[in-house]
Design a protein around this ligand. Structure first.
Ligand SMILES: CC[C@H](C)[C@H](NC(=O)[C@@H](NC[C@H](O)[C@@H](N)CC(C)C)C(C)C)C(=O)N[C@@H](Cc1ccccc1)C(=O)OC
Length: 331
């Protein structure tokens, strides 16, 4: 079996996040979820979510699905690196992504969501694609959609082809040769504690020379920006007129009119270049002449994150064989 579904930017002006249509239950209820390789819970806005916390999101109502079953006594509670959080109870139901169906998928229903979820009106929940060890359901951890689907997939892989301000795709069970150029370069994945963690071979700023140095990080489709060690950030923003690391805005900002160098990162011998347009991420506030950078420091996080700003510069293969590996190709 295989599946394929669109990854659509939630806000066509900036790629804050990407949403993908899924169907849950019988008859099918359609929701738009953020496919997140940086976590491993599948949770949705639901009929259990307080109306005061819902602002335009679609909700999953298990009581309207003849195939929904409450997982009695099971609860979940998740906190993300950006401080956002949600929690609730758990059902199993039929779940489909782009023609690929899993029966008995754990669907975690939100009984509480933090304000940043409420304010993201187009996002009806998350679909975790990290390793199932990170799933927060207690006392019995649940499997991700990918882990449940894996045995029936033609190949135990999914791919991310995210794009700059336009729809890309998530494919399950196959690698679409039309989506990339050249060869796919694979590197090992460190599965502990459950992220898709890999090591980049180094970086270059603009047309400068390549700095060969191992950079460990998470390939996280659910994080908008790239968070790297401060030494790399100072080397990059030194080349940007008027750039400052602003406490006020919580990161590197610069005049939107500034000329930005590209940023290249290594995967083994291969090289991937993030164009300047991806790094001039967005005005700090609507209409401001000050822009927030797509490259930021990981100092406050404790882990480096290769988020969408980097991922959309490549075609990425998440290979769930044992041992897992991650593949990168230009496109
Ligand atoms: C099950 C928890 C999941 C896996 C959670 N994952 C994450 O936070 C990772 N992915 C973050 C998500 O992609 C998030 N940006 C989705 C949006 C829509 C909110 C980050 C680290 C790249 C996590 O690690 N949470 C940390 C909180 C944290 C993480 C990083 C730094 C600081 C604090 C925790 O401790 O969970 C117990």
């Amino acid at each position: 079996a295989t599946g394929s579904a669109a990854a659509v930017p939630v806000d066509e002006r900036f790629d804050i996040a990407y949403i993908t249509p899924v169907t849950i239950g019988t008859p099918p209820q359609t929701l738009q979820l953020d496919f997140d390789t940086g976590s491993s819970d599948l949770w949705v806005f639901s009929s259990h979510t307080p109306p005061s916390q819902i602002r335009g999101q679609e909700v999953y109502a298990p009581n309207k699905s003849s195939t929904a079953k409450l997982l009695d006594g099971q609860t979940w509670s998740i906190t993300y690196g950006d401080g956002s959080a949600s929690r609730g109870n758990v059902y199993t139901d039929n779940f489909a992504v782009g023609g690929l169906t899993v029966e008995g998928q754990a669907v975690e229903c939100a009984q509480q969501v933090s304000s940043s979820f409420t304010s993201e009106e187009h996002m009806d929940g998350l679909l975790g694609l990290g390793f199932s060890t990170l799933n927060t359901v207690s006392p019995k951890g649940q499997l991700t959609f990918f882990d449940n689907a894996k045995s029936k997939l033609d190949s135990p892989v999914f791919t991310a082809d995210l794009k700059y301000r336009e729809a890309g795709t998530y494919d399950f069970g196959f690698i679409d040769k039309a989506k990339y150029t050249g060869e796919i370069v694979y590197v090992p994945v460190e599965m502990d504690p459950g992220y898709w963690t890999f090591t980049s071979s180094g970086y270059a700023v603009g047309s400068g020379n390549f700095n060969a140095a191992p950079i460990s990080g998470i390939a996280d489709t659910g994080t908008s920006l790239v968070y790297l060690p401060n030494s790399i950030l100072t080397a990059y923003y030194r080349q940007v007129q008027g750039a400052t690391n602003s406490a006020n805005y919580g990161g590197y900002v610069f005049p939107c009119s500034a000329t930005l160098p590209a940023f290249t990162f290594g995967i083994g011998e291969a090289r991937f270049t993030i164009p300047p347009a991806y790094i001039s991420y967005a005005p700090v506030t609507e209409g401001s002449a000050t822009c927030f950078g797509g490259l930021q420091s990981s100092r406050g996080i404790g882990v480096n994150i290769w988020g969408d700003v980097a991922l959309k510069a490549a075609f990425v293969v998440y290979n769930g064989e044992n041992p897992p590996k991650i593949g990168w190709a230009n496109k």
